[in-house]
Design a protein around this ligand. Structure first.
Ligand SMILES: *[C@@H]1O[C@H](CO)[C@@H](O)[C@H](O)[C@H]1NC(C)=O
Ligand SMILES: *[C@@H]1O[C@H](CO)[C@@H](O)[C@H](O)[C@H]1NC(C)=O
Ligand SMILES: *[C@@H]1O[C@H](CO)[C@@H](O)[C@H](O)[C@H]1NC(C)=O
Ligand SMILES: *[C@@H]1O[C@H](CO)[C@@H](O)[C@H](O)[C@H]1NC(C)=O
Ligand SMILES: *[C@@H]1O[C@H](CO)[C@@H](O)[C@H](O)[C@H]1NC(C)=O
Length: 485
């Protein structure tokens, strides 16, 4: 204002008038910046549907204040509410919300996104009034307890780009009207109780990159409809009751697919040769099906595969030579394989954390098995093989091991020399040639089994039942017979 004092007074007067008008305008703008009355009442109805909010996220939601400034709310340029976001932490009930989702959210005409993820205990049905919100593009209501059916007219929300109700309790069929949601990039229905078949109309969703339909209770075959779904990067149909063979049109996903999960179904036939052409594939889960025949030689070209689970099928030798740079987790258990040795591409992996080769015809002597890196190992399962030698050196080199299963082998070592990391929870050494006394440390495990070995001496105080100790040479004390004095 210093410089203004030098101006002639008429100008100064005009300027002052201008400043006065300007500040009045500013004031008006601030008043107008409170959110739309419909948005406020819709959100307050949402709040009244919430019965429990232990972390107090809704405390800022009070009538007469600007709802654009409330926790979890964002507004667009027109001061209409565009998104609602509440993210909980899985397993931390302090962060949860209980109650139901108010149908009055339909008053929020500019609503673009609803994000209620991991809020744990929201229940009730999916409010069908939301289907009138023509600006809605993103719905993520994940890991809650919503139930009932997915509304049959979900197809009315033609602008939807992502729709996820993963991890709820929805039942009934997937509505066929999903075929109208042609802008969808993500469709996630996994972790519910959905029944019926996979709607053929999903083939209309040409922009889909992420399709997740499992776990559910879906039946029938996997439709041979992938020729129009070539943008797919993630396909998860696992944990259903799907039967039939792996459909040929999946071969058209070879350039984009990185994640393919078809495990825990009732699929039959052979593993198709074309899967070896999926150069970007990092995760393949075909476990717990009824697949037969050999694993295609073309798998040797899956150089980027990190997670491979073919366990619990009827696959037979020979297993192909893999050229993977570093496997992270491998499960070939319970097929008809006779691998003989632990494969070299496993032993040489520097990033492996889970190795499961139960009943794979492994004849390795553990004293001679020298994995390049043991630091990351969480799980090692070599059950039901012909493994010999001692695991003492191996376990001594792990830092984060959680489970070690070697039951039904010829492992021979003095139990007193066994050292394992504090992270270990599961240890099964049953039906081997283990001798010596039980160390005190076993009492800290969650599950343990040393039955049918050559152990001796007094059992330390543990919570494990007698069947975890029976069949040894001279173990005694509870839960077995008292020691002789
Ligand atoms: C659970 O969430 C609350 C609230 O955000 C937080 O204070 C607490 O540390 C969390 N507890 C755990 C175990 O993460
Ligand atoms: C879907 O794909 C079409 C054609 O590629 C494109 O025009 C449209 O913008 C895409 N939709 C979304 C939501 O990305
Ligand atoms: C691996 O890919 C190369 C090049 O595409 C091909 O020539 C070869 O036959 C493939 N190997 C197998 C075992 O399919
Ligand atoms: C276990 O590892 C430590 C340190 O690397 C080593 O000193 C010790 O000899 C090992 N014990 C056994 C039984 O291999
Ligand atoms: C221990 O293993 C034996 C033989 O493998 C089995 O019969 C028994 O049920 C197991 N007990 C426990 C507690 O796991």
């Amino acid at each position: 204002m210093q410089s203004l004092s030098h101006l002639p007074s008429p100008h100064f007067f005009i300027l002052s008038l201008f400043l006065f008008l300007y500040s009045t305008l500013l004031c008006l703008t601030v008043t107008a910046a409170t959110c739309h009355v419909d948005d406020e009442s819709g959100l307050l109805a949402f709040k009244s549907g919430i019965t429990s909010d232990p972390s107090g996220k809704l405390n800022s939601w009070s009538p007469g204040t600007d709802c654009c400034k409330w926790y979890g709310i964002t507004c667009g340029d027109n001061n209409r509410v565009t998104t609602i976001t509440f993210n909980g932490q899985p397993g931390n009930s302090t962060t949860f919300l209980s109650g139901t989702i108010s149908p009055s959210l339909s008053k929020l005409h500019s609503l673009n996104g609803i994000y209620l993820q991991d809020t744990g205990t929201l229940s009730g049905t999916f409010p069908s009034s939301l289907l009138t919100l023509q600006n809605l593009q993103y719905v993520y209501i994940e890991n809650n307890k919503l139930s009932g059916r997915i509304p049959g007219n979900i197809g009315d929300l033609t602008g939807l780009v992502a729709f996820s109700v993963d991890g709820n309790r929805f039942s009934g069929p997937i509505p066929s009207s999903v075929s109208k949601l042609t802008q969808l990039i993500q469709l996630k229905f996994g972790g519910n109780l959905l029944t019926g078949t996979i709607p053929i109309g999903i083939q209309q969703l040409k922009n889909l990159t992420f399709l997740d339909l499992g776990p559910n209770r879906l039946t029938g075959t996997i439709p041979d409809f992938f020729s129009s779904l070539t943008e797919l990067r993630i396909l998860r149909l696992s944990h259903n009751k799907l039967s039939g063979t792996i459909p040929p049109s999946i071969s058209l996903l070879s350039s984009n697919l990185i994640y393919l999960e078809l495990g825990h179904n009732a699929l039959t036939g052979q593993i198709p040769d074309f899967l070896g052409k999926f150069h970007g594939l990092d995760t393949l889960d075909l476990s717990w099906n009824r697949l037969s025949g050999t694993v295609p030689k073309s798998f040797g070209n899956l150089t980027k595969i990190f997670n491979l689970d073919l366990s619990h099928n009827f696959l037979v030798d020979p297993f192909p030579e893999m050229n993977v740079k570093g496997i992270e987790s491998l499960d070939l258990s319970y097929n008809g394989f006779h691998l003989g040795e632990i494969p070299k591409w496993v032993t040489s992996s520097t990033i492996i954390y889970s190795l499961k080769l139960a009943k794979c015809g492994i004849k390795t002597n553990l004293d001679n098995w020298k994995p390049v890196e043991t630091y990351f190992y969480d799980y090692i399962d070599l059950s039901e093989n012909e493994v010999s030698g001692s695991p003492v050196g191996l376990l001594n080199r792990t830092n984060y091991l959680v489970g070690f299963w070697v039951e039904g082998n010829r492992v021979r070592f003095n139990m007193e020399s066994l050292k394992f990391p504090k992270t270990l929870k599961y240890l099964d050494l049953s039906r081997n040639l283990v001798f010596g006394k039980l160390p005190l440390a076993i009492s800290g495990l969650e599950k343990m089994n040393v039955s049918h070995n050559h152990l001796c001496g007094k059992i330390p105080a543990t919570k494990f039942p007698a069947s975890a100790f029976v069949g040894n040479d001279c173990l005694c004390g509870p839960p077995l017979q008292p020691c002789k004095v």
